[in-house]
Design a protein around this ligand. Sequence first.
Ligand code: ADP
Ligand code: MG
Length: 631
Amino acid sequence: MTQPQEVTAERHEFRAEVRQLLDILARSLYTEREIFLRELISNASDALNRVQFEMLTNKDVLDPEAELAIRIAVDKENRTVTVADTGIGMTREELIENLGTIAHSGARAFLEKLQEGQASPEEIIGQFGVGFYSVFMVAEEVTVTTRSYRPEAQAWSWTSRGDGTYTIAPADKADRGTVVTVKLKEDAAEFADEWRLEQIVRRHSNYISFPIYIGDRAVNQRTALWRQSPNEVSEEQYVEFYRQLTLDTERPLLWVHVVTDAPVNIRSILYVPSRREWGLLPGLRTDYGVRLYSRKVLIQERNSDLLPNYFRFVEGVVDSEDLPLNVSREAVQRDPMLRQIRRALTNRLVKALKALADEEPEKYATFWREFGGFIKEGVATDPTSHEALKDLLRFHSSKAEEGELVSLAAYVARMKPEQKAIYYVVGEDLASVQHSPHLDPFRSQDIEVLYLVEPVDPFVVLALHEYQGYHFRNVEDADLEALKVETPQDEGADEAFQALLERVKTVLGDRVADVRASNHLTTSPCRLVSPEGGPERDLARVRRLLEQDFEVPKRILELNPRHPLVRNLAALQATNPDDPLLPLAVEQLFENALLVEGLLPNPAAMTPRVQALIEAAVAARVGKAASGEAP
Ligand code: ADP
Ligand code: MG
């Protein structure tokens, strides 16, 4: 004997975040309320995918023969819309967990995003795992009646008016799946209309792979776009499919459609979005990857093992008859078939990106701005990626126009005939490397230098080691014989200069490894070089960022004997070694050099000294002027 439903109906409260979210959705005016249908259909489709997947291995489900489909019905008179599916269904516990009490981290993230005020709720709600609640934009009351695929499960119904509470009660439902009944608000009566709903399905849910019936007509396209031949698919279809797949409102930057049967079966469409982060809180997104199908059955919502890690920004669908039900990293390593799929997809993406660089440099610049970091990471961490990725790399350079970037191929193409290496300078940012004293000899001989200003950049050249047979060389390297500057010097000047070197050593003490003359500087008075070259030096900056107590190894200070400032200091040392200006100037030169190297921990601390130097300079001027005036 069953009890009357009223007796067993239980009232539950929503969590605070969900209540807040419902409040916002119920009270405001939205222009895109129609997306509630997209969210209900997307949930129905997820539920169908899950039961389809379950049935691959488990025959013991309720209604194994039921057609996998979504049915939409309208009752104009009563102002209701129902969306029914034959999907996986929910048990009582699942109903409560999925639609009710359990804390939704997505709800909080969604609310935070709304507070930023950039996006409207209906645009972004689907991306936070709270899409179901969008139904309360149009609903006075919602009832979800559901029966799980488990043969012994009972049917339950969940009802809420979008206020603070919902009720759960046993229900009558003989077959598997879920029916969502929406009692529309008065001002949402427009949605109780088959024609209107059909329009919405076409616009937002056309590529759902299960039939969506309105009445007895399936109204969605249903053919899996990726299984069609590329020349049958229009550009707009690719874009529309991307939008429906990702909920990104922008057009994708690029896509590739891979159709092969040998050596492996692949049907795939891969997309590069136009932005690194779309619609989501930066950092919120942890679920990278592509959708995997095997013979049109969705086997994984997001898989990040079938593409190299550095392509984790890629969206899309991979369908292959050769995919097992579980595609893990280990499986890809073990299974030659999976490795082949991975290689094929990677090659096609790389090829498409190279073509983009050649044919649409501006678009490629956008790609590089948004995703270049991933490519660099790939080169720096994965030696097997070099062949594929080295020509995708771009760098700032001494010969590039403002904001322009150069490829390694372009660099090599304009190397000087006698040039033996690819030169780079490492620094904090563009402004400081442009003023680097290390560039003096390169500027005077018109040799191009790559600017490595991102922390990952030194790792890239160290990993790559060479390009087209040319090694990468840091401009600091002291043994650049060919770049030496020859300047004849008279004996007296040389003696004074030697005395200055000694004096500077005393002033700086053990803050430097040595003080010596430079053969390379032209327009700069001094520079710091590392006692030894190699990776240690290039990575010192990164280590300083990463390790709190990392001490940058001591540098050698090189003075330019040809520079007027240095010559004057030498003269001062020779004539008036006790002048207090002398050690002040030496300290300041040293700190300037640290600053351009990005090695000065606290630049503000130099202010009092700079002020003392300015005072001295101005005083000297005034003194001259005064003596000039006096007859
Ligand atoms: P998301 O779909 O992103 O998980 P939603 O708010 O749309 O977030 O749905 C919440 C959860 O409710 C789903 O994850 C699912 O577990 C459950 N659910 C919603 N609709 C259905 C349905 N038609 N069949 C089965 N489960 C459903
Ligand atoms: Mg959903």
